[in-house]
Design a protein around this ligand. Structure first.
Ligand code: HEM
Length: 564
C-alpha cells in the first residue's frame, strides 16, 4: 500500500475510528461485567441500558464495520493492484460513515445527561417498542448508506480492473470482498425499510408506533447476516494472511471461493431463528429457518479444514514433522499468528454453543439468558475481535511503514484476551444454563434462586467479573501497542504484502464460481422464499400498527406499496 499513500491514509483513518470505538466499548463492557455481578457498582442501574447500548453499538457495529472497511479497502487494492477509481468518492463514503456514527454516538451519550432531552437507550438491536431520538435512527441510516457507497467503490475498482483483465479469474481477496458486499446489499434492505419507513417517522411523531413483531422481523432479516459481515473480514485474514504468516500457502483457493458463495446464499434466509420465541410467526417458518441455519455449519466446517490444512502445510515447510509434532514448528511468538490461531479455536467453541442456540427446542432453555452473550463473545467478541487485533499487528506496520512497537506485549495481549474470555464466556454460558437473564443491571430476583449444576452462582459472578477485567486490560494493552506503533520512529523493514499463491489455485475450479450475478440472483430468490410468507402473515395478522393505533389509510397505502 505504500505505493498508494492515499489508500494507506484511508485505511489508517478507518482503523482509527474502529479502535476509538473499541476502547470506549471495552470500557462499557467492564463496567457492565462489574455492575451486574455486584462486584463494583460504579454507575447507576438506571443508566445500565445507556451503557449496554453504547457497548453493543460501538463494538458490534462501529468497531467491526470500520475495521472491515479498512481491511476490504486494503485487500481489494492489494489483490487488484490498483487504487479505488476516485479519491473523492472514497473519502466521501468514509465521511458519510463517520457522520452517521457521530450522530448515533451523540444520541447515545446524551442519554447520560439528564439535562438534555435526547437519548437512545434502545440496545444495539434498536427495534420497537423501545424508542430512541430521531437523530439516532437518522445516524444509523446515514451510516448504512456510507457502507453501501463503500461497496459501490469496491465494485467500481473491480470493474476497472476487469476491463483490463477480461479473461482472468477474480483475485481471491477481491472475490471475498465482492461476495460479502452482495450479501450486505441484500441484508441491509431489511434494516433500511425498518429504520426509514417505520422508526424515523415514529420517532419524529408523525406516525404511530409500528407493530413490534414487524420491526423485529425486519431487524433480524439484517441482524443475522451482519454476523457474517463481522466474520468475513476475519475469514479473509485466516484464508489469505494466516497461511503466509505460518510459512506456507493456502491449501485450496476453490474451497475458499465455495465458502464465500455459501455464505452469500445462506446468510440471510435464517434471521427468523432469532425469533423462535416470538408469537405471531408460525412454527413451520421457524423450522425452515432452523434447517437453513444448520446448513450454515457447512462453510464453517470447510473453513476449519482448509485453514488448518494451510497452517499444517506452513509448519511442514518450516521443518515440522509427525502427526501433531508439526504444531511445535509454528510461529507461536508472533502475536499475529497466535492471536488468529486462538481466535479460530474460540470460534470452534462458539460454533458448538451456536448449535444449541439454533436448535428450535433447546433454544427455549437458553433464550434471553446469559448463555447468549456467552456465545457471541466467543464468536464476534473473540473469533472476530481477536482476529482483528492480531490482523492489526500484521497490517498496521504495513500501512504506516512503522515497526510494531512490541511483539512481546502483543503476544501477552492476545493470550490475555483468550484467557479473559475463557473466564467470562464460560461463566456466562453456565449462568445461562442456571437461568440467569441477560440484559439486566439487576439479575437477582428475591423470589427466584438460580441453581448451578456445579459450583455456586457467587463463584460464577466472580469468574465473569474477573474475565471482564482481564479483557479490559488486554484491550488497553492492544490500544497502547498499536498507538505506539503508529508513532514509532523506527521504520518497518523487510515487510511485504505479497501473498503466496494457493497450493490448489483458482484454475482448478469451475469458472461458474466467479459468476457473481448468478449467486446474487439465487441469494435473492432464497430470501424471497424464506421471508415473503412470514412477512405477509405478520402484516395480515397484526397489521403494520397495533390495533387501535392504525394510521389513516391514506398514509398506509404508500407504505404498503414500499413493502410490496
Ligand atoms: C454484552 C462484557 C467485549 C459485544 C455484554 C455483557 C457483558 C459484556 C457483561 C452482558 C450485559 C448484559 O446482558 O447485561 C464485555 C467485556 C468486554 C466485551 C468486559 C471486553 C472488554 C465485547 C466485544 C464485542 C462485544 C469485543 C463485539 C465485538 C457485545 C454485545 C453485547 C454484549 C453485542 C449484547 C448487548 C445487548 O444485549 O444489547 N458484554 N464485552 N463485547 N457484548 Fe460485550
Amino acid at each position: 500500500l505504500i505505493q498508494y499513500p492515499h489508500v494507506s491514509r484511508v485505511v489508517r483513518s478507518l482503523f482509527l475510528t474502529a479502535f476509538v470505538a473499541f476502547g470506549i466499548g471495552a470500557f462499557m463492557g467492564v463496567l457492565q461485567a462489574l455492575h451486574r455481578t455486584g462486584i463494583a457498582r460504579i454507575v447507576e442501574s438506571a443508566d445500565y441500558y445507556t451503557f449496554l447500548t453504547l457497548h453493543g453499538v460501538l463494538l458490534a457495529i462501529v468497531f467491526t464495520i470500520f475495521f472491515l472497511a479498512g481491511v476490504f479497502t486494503w485487500a481489494n487494492t492489494r489483490s487488484l493492484d490498483r487504487p479505488p477509481v476516485s479519491k473523492r468518492f472514497t473519502w466521501f463514503w468514509v465521511v458519510t460513515m463517520s457522520a452517521g456514527t457521530a450522530m448515533a454516538g451523540i444520541a447515545m451519550l446524551a442519554g447520560l445527561l439528564p439535562s438534555i432531552d435526547i437519548s437512545a437507550d434502545v440496545l444495539f438491536t434498536f427495534y420497537a417498542p423501545l424508542q430512541a431520538h430521531p437523530i439516532f435512527y437518522i445516524g444509523l441510516a446515514v451510516f448504512v448508506i456510507g457502507t453501501w457507497l463503500a461497496g459501490i467503490d469496491w465494485f467500481r475498482q473491480f470493474l476497472a480492473w476487469r476491463r483490463e483483465h477480461p479473461d482472468e479469474r477474480i483475485p481471491l481477496q477481491s472475490f471475498m470482498v465482492l461476495t460479502t458486499m452482495i450479501m450486505w446489499f441484500i441484508a441491509t434492505l431489511g434494516v433500511a425499510v425498518e429504520v426509514v419507513v417505520f422508526l424515523i417517522p415514529w420517532s419524529l411523531g408523525i406516525m404511530p408506533a409500528p407493530n413490534p413483531l414487524l420491526t423485529r422481523t425486519l431487524f433480524w432479516f439484517f441482524g443475522h447476516p451482519i454476523v457474517y459481515f463481522w466474520l468475513m473480514p476475519a475469514y479473509l485474514l485466516w484464508y489469505t494472511v494466516l497461511p503466509k504468516i505460518a510459512g506456507g500457502r493456502l491449501f485450496s483457493d476453490p474451497l475458499a471461493r465455495v465458502v464465500f458463495v455459501l455464505f452469500l446464499l445462506l446468510s440471510t434466509p435464517v434471521g427468523i431463528h432469532h425469533q423462535y420465541l416470538d408469537p405471531g410467526i408460525a412454527e413451520g417458518f421457524k423450522f425452515i429457518a432452523m434447517t437453513n441455519t444448520m446448513f450454515l455449519l457447512l462453510p464453517s466446517l470447510l473453513t476449519a479444514f482448509t485453514v488448518v490444512a494451510s497452517i499444517e502445510h506452513g509448519a511442514r515447510q518450516r521443518g515440522g514433522t509427525g502427526y501433531f509434532g508439526w504444531l511445535k514448528a509454528l510461529p507461536w511468538r508472533d502475536p499475529a499468528f497466535t492471536g488468529m490461531a486462538l481466535a479460530g479455536l474460540m470460534f470452534a467453541a462458539g460454533g458448538f454453543s451456536g448449535m444449541v442456540n439454533a436448535g428450535m427446542n433447546i433454544n427455549y432453555l437458553v433464550h434471553n439468558t446469559l448463555w447468549v452473550p456467552g456465545h457471541f463473545h466467543l464468536t464476534v467478541g473473540t473469533a472476530v475481535a481477536l482476529s482483528f487485533m492480531a490482523g492489526a499487528y500484521w497490517l498496521v506496520p504495513r500501512i504506516t511503514g512503522r515497526k510494531l512497537y512490541s511483539r512481546p506485549i502483543g503476544l501477552f495481549q492476545v493470550v490475555l484476551w483468550f484467557v479473559g474470555m475463557v473466564f467470562m464466556s464460560a461463566a456466562m454460558h453456565r449462568g445461562g444454563l442456571a437461568g440467569i437473564p441477560r440484559r439486566t443491571a439487576e439479575p437477582q430476583y428475591p423470589q427466584v434462586a438460580f441453581e448451578t449444576v456445579a459450583g455456586s452462582v457467587g463463584s460464577l459472578r466472580l469468574q465473569l467479573a474477573f474475565g471482564g477485567v482481564l479483557l479490559f486490560v488486554s484491550a488497553l494493552l492492544f490500544l497502547m501497542n498499536v498507538g505506539l506503533t503508529a508513532m514509532n520512529n523506527k521504520p518497518a523493514r523487510g515487510l511485504d504484502s505479497a501473498l503466496p499463491p494457493a497450493l490448489s489455485g483458482p484454475e482448478q475450479s469451475p469458472t461458474v464460481l466467479d459468476n457473481l450475478k448468478l449467486w446474487a440472483l439465487i441469494a435473492v430468490v432464497l430470501v424471497i422464499l424464506a421471508y415473503s410468507l412470514p412477512l405477509y402473515s405478520i402484516v395480515q395478522g397484526a397489521g403494520l400498527y397495533p390495533a387501535g393505533q392504525e394510521a389513516s389509510p391514506a398514509v398506509i397505502a404508500p407504505l404498503l406499496e414500499v413493502i410490496a
